[in-house]
Design a protein around this ligand. Structure first.
Ligand code: G
Ligand code: G
Ligand code: MN
Ligand code: NA
Length: 255
């Protein structure tokens, strides 16, 4: 309850307590940065820097995720516009909680941000988990479709860990699958995990989706993924999540 009060206070009176870190996504073939994922942090006045695992759940249960989610979207667009002004065009992925999709005002909010910051809609990717696709709520589907009509891209986060059937997946305009790090950690050598990666790549190719592997930590994992034809990667092997200014320098150094 204390933490909930603190988060509400931060959102209302002191949003400078919040900040975004960004983790680069690379094309391991070319070595170039192809995008980044925004990951929220909270500089709590007493507890120090808090990770999303420590407060996203609370934000979802209390409804504060709506405000927090708006803050994240606005901050990501503002920082992306800052990079663009410095000559760096970089797609940004933002995690969306299913609770945010239940709000019909999400689309006009995102649309307003894209206009305010002069962002091409395709440069903003929204990450959903499989759970968000399981919801049959028509309002929820309407918001999803409206965001798609805007031109935003969609990624399916933690792919492989949820329950979505392939037929179900087909009904959603997902642009990219993010292979969960659970299937990456035992590469190379785990036949089962290799089978999952290969099947994901094959399905994605047939359905016109991109694939990015998450949680890539070692050169061996990178090699194994490349050998299977998975080139997009995110993970500590390349970089940990970092503040916006640092990300800018990281990408400029690469290119
Ligand atoms: O950065 P970290 O490894 O602690 O992130 C843990 C989880 O928190 C990830 O699954 C990520 O999807 C989630 N997360 C990070 N930032 C956000 C955010 O802005 N909104 C939502 N809904 N989830 C986030
Ligand atoms: O669920 P989501 O994919 O949004 O979560 C991303 C989270 O994964 C971030 O919190 C990030 O810190 C974490 N992460 C990113 N790269 C790696 C990695 O190489 N290894 C591990 N263990 N975690 C990672
Ligand atoms: Mn994610
Ligand atoms: Na993930």
């Amino acid at each position: 309850l204390t933490l909930e009060r603190d988060l509400r206070r931060a959102l209302q009176d002191d949003p400078a307590q919040l900040l975004l870190y960004y983790q680069p996504q690379l094309d391991a073939d070319s070595g170039r940065c192809i995008g980044c994922e925004a990951l929220v942090r909270w500089r709590h006045p007493l507890r120090g820097l808090m990770l999303p695992g420590e407060f996203i759940g609370l934000a979802e249960r209390s409804g504060l995720i709506v405000e927090l989610g708006r803050w994240v979207l606005a901050a990501a667009c503002a920082e992306q516009a800052g990079w663009a002004a410095a000559g760096l065009q970089l797609p940004v992925s933002v995690n969306l909680s299913p609770v945010q999709l239940e709000r019909s005002d999400l689309t006009p909010y995102v649309s307003g941000l894209l206009q305010r910051y002069q962002i091409t809609p395709g440069m903003l990717e929204l990450e959903l988990t499989e759970g968000a696709l399981m919801n049959e709520d028509v309002r929820h589907l309407a918001v999803f479709n409206a965001l798609m009509q805007l031109g935003c891209r969609f990624a399916l986060d933690d792919f492989g860990t949820g329950y979505s059937s392939l037929s179900r997946l087909k009904r959603f305009p997902i642009n990219r699958l993010k292979i969960d790090r659970a299937f990456v950690s035992a590469l190379p050598g785990s036949g089962d995990d290799e089978a999952v990666v290969r099947a994901t790549l094959s399905m994605a190719r047939d359905m016109g989706m991109d694939v990015v592997a998450e949680g890539v930590e070692t050169a061996e994992q990178q090699q194994s993924l490349l050998a299977m034809g998975c080139t997009q990667m995110q993970g500590y092997r390349f970089a940990r999540p970092m503040p916006a200014a640092e990300l800018y320098r990281f990408v400029v150094r690469l290119s």
